[in-house]
Design a protein around this ligand. Structure first.
Ligand code: TYD
Length: 209
């Protein structure tokens, strides 16, 4: 595929969405053909799955069901949006992707990172990010931001602090395992600084092409 696939990851309240908006603007200003999308969702089928996944009333959801639904939602998103954009040579920026499943379901839910990776390989085939930016914010700080900002709270936000600590630990494992692909950015720095770092890492990746 001709395009470049960049994903953003981070715990709750890491500020990913604001960073992505600023990065999108900066790239567009330079005339880069960029497509921004998000998980879980982005297309009709995936948005419906997202609705089930994040519904605070679905307390009975089993961990494997959760992992399979995230993978199913991802599959549809890859087929309808991500692959066609990459084939058209675009820079695709996605808010969360497979590493969220590895950190949240694989490690957070204790299903195993390798096990969850296997079901996700079935879903994504070879659509693996070229670069993943991890916005590093300790879970306590992130969750405080979520509740202070009054943003809509979903089923996963309501999990215990122990769960969020485990998700964070999962991300640290992934950083150690894929050091070439996943790069951490200090998400406690001011937004402009985080955006600057993200753009610098993206430029380094674009220069390789
Ligand atoms: P989202 O609205 O994207 O929130 P955020 O602003 O935190 O990114 O909510 C997605 C939630 O779903 C978030 O709690 C992370 C979780 N998630 C998983 O557990 N596994 C996954 O594979 C994905 C994509 C998200």
């Amino acid at each position: 595929m001709k395009g470049i696939f960049i994903t953003f990851e981070g715990p709750e309240g890491s500020g990913k969405t604001s960073v992505i908006k600023a990065v999108e603007q900066a790239l567009k200003q330079r005339g880069v053909d960029v497509l921004v999308t998000r998980e879980p969702g982005g297309v009709a089928i995936s948005e419906q799955i997202r609705h089930i996944l994040l519904d605070v009333d679905k307390k009975e959801m089993d961990a494997r069901t959760e992992a399979l639904l995230f993978a199913a939602s991802r599959r549809q998103h890859v087929i309808e949006v991500i692959n066609p954009a990459l084939e058209a040579g675009k820079i695709v920026v996605c808010d969360r992707f497979v590493d969220s499943s590895l950190a949240y379901q694989g490690h957070g839910r204790s299903l195993g990172i390798d096990e969850v990776y296997r079901i996700n390989r079935f879903a994504i085939d070879d659509t693996i990010p070229d670069l993943t930016l991890f916005i590093d914010v300790p879970p306590k700080i992130g969750l405080n931001r979520v509740f202070a900002n009054g943003r809509h709270v979903d089923r996963l936000d309501l999990e215990s602090m122990a769960f969020h600590e485990k998700v964070y630990e999962g991300y640290r494992f992934l950083l150690a395992r894929f050091p070439e692909r996943i790069r951490a950015i200090d998400g406690t720095a001011p937004l402009e600084r985080v955006v600057e770092c993200a753009l610098a890492l993206i430029d380094t990746r674009l220069d390789k092409e």
